[in-house]
Design a protein. Structure first.
Length: 292
């Protein structure tokens, strides 16, 4: 609140007082309890708090640097959050030294924080999901993953979204909250993958002959690992054919090449060994008029 009378009196006595007294009188007239002494002590307190905050941030940075298993992005987010809290605490301490009602300030900040959190609750849930992903590490950059909302190679992980590059050349952004709430299949993390083919052969073909043809086809397919050993097993008797499952393992980077090449080799091996690859037939009988 302004105090014109007090200010005028101070200005009239400028000639007979030193500058410090004039400044203190002006501050008392215009700011109530604020004096030069209070201002200087608040400034000293501010510098001390900033020095302590910087020291604590340095110690926290060194401690986080020693934790080799923690992701670098998690370390940055932790340091940013700690920095914000230390600066907020510094502001409250300095405000208290200036006789400012900190309680009302905290209440205002709390109400404002509540309003913001309600307005951006979806964003906050994505941020929480991002922290879960960064700590639990279900996948890393470059992994090929499958989720309920799509699959592809992980291109970027942010606090709110995870970006996937699909085999079709598309960039998909998935909310982190949906990823953490659903199933995630990581095809890269183990370094190997198993391929499964289902083939059929005629009832007239011996299962052992079918098995030999399939294994011969797999031996001609590059990229198939010898261990675990490829398998060809009889799995079902269909209406017009016997069903077999062909299984083999490859390195992750060789999976698709071996997958498609093995199908071609199986077809060639069946044709070379005389194994009948059956398919559904439809027999049409034409009955002439008057025939009994």
């Amino acid at each position: 609140m302004e105090n014109p009378a007090g200010t005028s009196a101070i200005l009239e006595n400028v000639g007979g007082q030193d500058a410090a007294a004039v400044l203190e009188g002006w501050m008392q007239a215009g700011w109530g309890k604020l004096t030069v002494g209070n201002a200087l002590s608040a400034l000293a307190l501010l510098l001390a708090c900033l020095a302590v905050a910087r020291l604590l941030l340095g110690v926290a940075g060194k401690l986080l640097g020693r934790s080799g298993g923690m992701d670098e992005r998690v370390k940055r987010y932790i340091l940013k959050g700690l920095k914000f809290l230390l600066y907020l605490l510094t502001a409250l301490i300095v405000a208290g030294s200036l006789h400012i009602d900190v309680t009302s300030l905290i209440a205002v900040v709390s109400v404002f924080g509540l309003a913001v959190s309600l307005a951006v609750q979806d964003v906050l849930s994505n941020v929480a999901g991002g922290m879960v992903l960064l700590f639990s590490k279900p996948f890393t950059l470059g992994d090929y993953v499958s989720t309920a909302d799509g699959e592809g190679e992980v291109a970027e992980i942010t606090l709110t979204h995870t970006k996937l590059d699909t085999p079709g050349g598309q960039r998909v952004m998935l909310p982190n909250s949906r990823l953490t709430a659903g199933q995630i299949i990581n095809y890269t993390v183990r370094g190997v993958r198993r391929a499964d083919h289902t083939v059929t052969a005629s009832y007239d073909d011996e299962p052992e002959a079918v098995r030999r043809a399939c294994l011969r086809a797999l031996s001609r397919t590059p990229g198939i690992l010898p261990d675990p050993t490829p398998q060809v097993v009889l799995t079902a008797y269909g209406e017009s054919a016997i069903e077999y499952h062909v299984r083999f393992w490859t390195r992750t980077e060789d999976y698709w090449d071996a997958h498609f090449r093995s199908l071609e080799e199986i077809r060639s091996a069946f044709a070379r060994d005389g194994v009948t690859m059956t398919y559904n037939h439809l027999n049409v009988h034409i009955v002439e008029d008057g025939a009994k």
